[in-house]
Design a protein. Sequence first.
Length: 259
Amino acid sequence: MLSNNILDFENDKLNFDCLFQLLKLGVIDRAEKNRYSLSTTSIITNTKNNFAIGVNLPEEILKKNNHLIKKQYLGLTIFEEADINTLDYEVNKMVFVLNNGINLLQPVKTLIKKWESVDFNDLGLITKVENYNSDKCTWEKSNDSIKNNKLYKCYLHNGNYFKYLFINKNKCFLIEPDEYEKTNTLKLRNSNKSLFKYNRLSGEIKLKSYYTYPVYLYKIMLLNHIMQTGDIPINNQFRIELKQFLKISKILNLNYILE
């Protein structure tokens, strides 16, 4: 297992970026609070073409199907045939359908309703507050009073320990530092348009390399791109039909640019 204690990575950005890269690829998954493990050995197929994706496959399967391997990247293997020989192995088999994945997405306001709120007065001593600037994609020192529908980083008791704070409809939600999916989802609200650029000519969505997108959103883009092209995306450019991207953007209330 891998530790994801924020203190382990606060002075080592490269290691933290590598952790998120493995999460986005689906090679590792969260096992419990602050701990991660290799994802379940899986074969992912689709209904439109013959490409298949292997995740953390044992060497025996790779050798047996070596003639079908198109490309490998970290723990992912792309096959040119969906009918991979996995006899005698316990392999999780899944079928990827983009529209099904999109239909599982939920608007932020729906997700927030499922979170447990806390009493603001129970937070204790707040020594410093930073608010997230969605235009600049940066944290800034905040001297204003805490407002609704804004994401904050509250340093409690001293300047080294913080938790995220989000206020919605006068309800206070405290988010632990390792709950990155919550914070990354909230950051997309009113996000900078440059974070999503769709090119009509290439049929691709361009994501910013410096920005940390929610893992669930990245995985949908990644799987769809591989199933359509048989390749790992380059330069954070993902193949996806415009109508399907527009459906995603409507659900998640994304800002975007059409080129």
